[in-house]
Each structure stands twice: as structure tokens, then as C-alpha cells.
Write a protein that binds this ligand. Structure first.
Ligand SMILES: NC(=O)c1ccc[n+]([C@@H]2O[C@H](COP(=O)([O-])OP(=O)(O)OC[C@H]3O[C@@H](n4cnc5c(N)ncnc54)[C@H](O)[C@@H]3O)[C@@H](O)[C@H]2O)c1
Ligand SMILES: [Fe+2]
Length: 392
């Protein structure tokens, strides 16, 4: 299905949504003062036609066709060091962060680290650590999402895995926010079904966790509710028919909304998903999709009323928390999201390590129910074996 959706937003940054708008890539780079951008993406995307097209557009405009693609899924500090070296050696003056969350996060972080002298871990998202950064040398960023889930294209952080400790760290600075986003739904058409489903669940998890967090942020809460409504309506369509551009465009909007919403906080879905991704290299959004119902049940006493309201917003049959849980279980089943952490390889022997890492994850502070390490153990065990009766 074709789509006439075209939009130019300036919130939270310049956001150009619409089919074919990748053609505006070179102009976007020039608008930020770039003459020699480095396109950063992951290895898989490097050889795909959409990447070649983007490089052609840059080259035709006299901006060269430099690419760095030594980027793992769940990118790490080694990818980062190599990317900063490529940026400096090539004499680049800006970054085109191109890809799913992995390419976007690494690209944004390279642009930031190009201007720093301290190690990246000094800029973890803790207190005012971001004020340690020198802002002078930070390179401008154009973001081009090719998945619809992480919302990294409108985010002020990158998730980088420490390759020694296998801990995912959130690196934060306001200047991570790209100057221009080009969200062209045609770029997302080639996503494998499993990635469409997983990334869509990431967008949903961002909205749900932000909406559920106890922090006062009504702007984000409103955006989260509409983001979830869009995912409910359009993710099944995008999954079923990958070329449905109306569904793809709406999923790109929902992904961006999730990332704007989670300024209100995340929660235990992400607290567990981060160490699981870092240790087992599972797909981030897919892992969130697995975790969602277990965390909902666990948090139930703290979110009962809010979930009843969400069930009304989503126009679900039935009422209250149970209507929401039943819908979520069938929604995720229709997208072939595995039901248990066991099915994606998580082992009982790692429960203690995972629980300790989950407790220390910054997302934990946004969980509506305060968590202890013992509670994380119970939650993770329940998710490994598929026990939805565990309430902690
Ligand atoms: N910065 C943030 O706020 C934030 C939020 C959530 C997640 N993340 C991070 O994002 C990463 C996950 O990102 P993701 O879910 O978008 O997946 P991804 O970027 O890891 O991509 C997954 C796979 O899909 C392929 N792919 C991407 N776009 C494609 C396309 N259009 N056609 C065909 N194949 C395509 C990639 O090559 C890769 O093999 C994780 O590292 C996660 O930690 C960051
Ligand atoms: Fe996420």
C-alpha cells in the first residue's frame, strides 16, 4: 500500500518523514555544515542497496562516499574506537548515522567522541557526568533510521556495550541529538520480519515503560499513549505486508514517539533486556517483547489503574488490567515473539549475574515497583520458564 504521509517536524529535532525523502540526505548534511561526512552503519547494511543509494546521493552532491561499517549488533567500545579513528584519519566533518539502533548509536557516539579526550565511560548517564564533555569538537549528525523501533534517531543517548565486562552502558549528552532526521519508510521495507516484529516491540516497550513510570511528565505520558495506539494499529500491518508504506511510516513515527516518551523513564523490561542482550547477543527489541508480560504482572499492584486506562485508549475488548494483558499476549504471539527467555537461550545458571546487572541498570529507577536483587531473580526465573503467575 502506498502512503502520502509527509511531515516536517521540529520536535524534538528537525524530522523529515516521507517516502523518497532519502533524496534530501545531501541537503541535510550541507545544512549542518558538512563537506565530508562519514556514513556509519552496521556490517549487514553495508552491502545493501539502500546504503549504496545513500552513498550515491552523497557522492553526486560532492560530499564523497566514505563509509565505516565495522559495527556489531549491540555495538561496543572496540567498534567505537575504530569508528573514531576512521573519522579522524579521513578528515571528516560530520556523521551520517545510518541504520537500526546499532548503526545509529555507534554513529552518534563517534560524532561525540571525536571531540573528547576522556574515555567514553566518563559520560555514562549518571547525574551531571555529561557536563564533563568538551562541546567544541563534537561533529554534527544526520540520522537515517532503517528500522522502526529504538527511536535512537531522536534520542540524546547511545547504548554501548563494554566489551570486557559485557555491560551495556547508556552514554548521554544533549549533543547526541541529531541535527536532522530523515525518516523514509521505503528504507524499512527490506527489514526481515523478525526485525520488524522485534523493533516494533521495542517502540511499544519504550511507550509502555515510560507511561508506567512513577515520574511526573504528562507530556511524555500523552505521547506514550498515542505511540502505543499506533503500534497496535500499524505493527501487525507492517509485519504482514512489508511494503505497506502507510504502516511503515506510522511505525517510524511511533518509534520516534517512544524515544521522546522515555524521558519519563523506562523500567524492568529494559533493566533485564540490557544484560540479556550484552551476555547472549539477543536482539534488543525481541528481548523486550519477551519480557513485557512478566514485568506487567510483576508490577500489577502499582499500575492496575493506569493499565485500565490504557485498555480504554487502545479500545480493547474487555476492561482493566486483564484485558490489556490478554491483548498483549495474543498481539505478541501473532508476531511470533518467543514466549520465554529460555527460548532465546537464557540459562538458569546466569540468573544471579543477570539479576545483579539488572538491579544496577539505570532503567530500574523508572520501574513503578521498587526492585531488589531478589525480586529480579524471581522475575527472571519466571520469564525463563514462562510462569505468568509469579507476582513477586
Ligand atoms: N539509543 C537508544 O535510545 C536506544 C534505544 C533502544 C535500543 N537501542 C540499541 O539499538 C540496538 C538495536 O537496534 P535495532 O533493533 O534497530 O537493530 P539493529 O540496528 O541491531 O539491526 C538489526 C539487524 O537488522 C538489519 N537491518 C537494519 N535495517 C534493515 C533494513 N532496512 N533492511 C534489512 N536489514 C536491516 C541490520 O543489519 C541488523 O542485522 C541495540 O544495540 C540497542 O541497545 C538504543
Ligand atoms: Fe529499547
Amino acid at each position: 500500500m502506498s502512503s502520502n504521509i509527509t511531515a516536517n517536524w521540529s520536535y524534538p529535532t528537525a524530522f523529515k518523514l516521507g517516502r523518497g525523502r532519502i533524496k534530501e540526505l545531501a541537503d541535510a548534511c550541507k545544512s549542518l555544515g558538512m563537506n565530508k561526512p562519514l556514513l556509519i552503519t552496521d556490517r549487514g547494511l553495508a552491502s545493501m542497496a539502500i546504503t549504496k543509494t545513500a552513498l550515491d546521493i552523497l557522492e553526486d552532491a560532492g560530499l564523497g562516499r566514505a563509509i565505516f561499517a565495522d559495527v556489531d549488533p549491540n555495538p561496543n567500545d572496540k567498534n567505537l574506537d575504530a569508528g573514531v579513528k576512521a573519522f579522524k584519519d579521513g578528515g571528516h566533518d560530520g556523521v551520517v548515522a545510518f541504520g537500526g539502533g546499532s548503526g545509529l548509536d555507534l554513529g552518534k557516539c563517534v560524532a561525540f567522541m571525536a571531540g573528547q579526550t576522556r574515555p567514553v565511560w566518563d559520560f555514562e548517564d549518571i547525574g551531571d557526568w555529561w557536563t564533563r564533555a568538551g562541546v567544541e569538537g563534537i561533529a554534527p549528525i544526520v540520522a537515517v533510521p532503517t528500522t522502526a523501533g529504538t527511536g535512537s534517531e531522536v534520542g540524546r543517548a547511545s547504548v554501548i556495550t563494554n566489551s570486557e565486562t559485557h555491560v551495556k552502558k547508556i552514554i548521554f549528552h544533549p549533543k547526541f541529538l541529531p541535527g536532522v532526521v530523515i525518516a523514509d519508510p521505503e528504507l524499512t521495507v527490506g527489514m526481515p520480519k523478525i526485525i520488524t516484529a522485534g523493533t516494533g516491540m521495542d517502540a511499544f516497550a519504550h511507550c509502555l515503560e515510560a507511561y508506567s513510570s512513577p515520574f511526573y511528565h504528562p507530556m511524555s505520558a500523552g505521547i506514550a499513549l498515542e505511540g502505543m495506539r499506533l503500534v497496535k494499529e500499524f505493527l501487525p500491518r507492517a509485519y504482514k505486508e512489508g511494503t505497506d508504506l502507510e504502516a511503515r511510516a506510522n511505525m517510524m513515527a511511533a518509534a520516534a514517539m517512544g524515544a521522546v516518551a522515555f524521558q519519563k523513564g523506562l523500567g524492568a523490561v529494559h533493566s533485564v533486556s540490557h544484560p540479556v542482550g550484552a551476555i547472549y547477543d539477543t536482539h534488543h527489541g525481541m528481548t523486550n517483547g519477551v519480557m513485557l508480560p512478566y514485568v506487567l504482572v510483576f508490577n500489577r499492584p502499582a499500575i492496575e489503574e493506569r493499565m485500565a486506562y490504557l485498555a480504554r485508549v487502545l479500545d480493547l475488548p474487555g476492561v482493566g488490567f486483564d484485558a490489556l494483558l490478554d491483548w498483549l499476549l495474543s498481539f505478541r504471539k501473532a508476531l511470533y515473539i518467543p514466549h520465554t527467555l529460555g527460548e532465546i537461550g537464557v540459562q538458569e545458571k546466569d540468573v544471579d549475574t543477570l539479576a545483579e546487572k539488572a538491579l544496577r541498570d539505570p532503567s530500574t529507577s523508572g520501574n513503578p515497583r521498587p526492585m531488589t536483587v531478589d525480586e529480579f531473580r524471581v522475575l527472571i526465573r519466571a520469564a525463563i520458564c514462562g510462569d505468568l503467575a509469579v507476582k513477586g
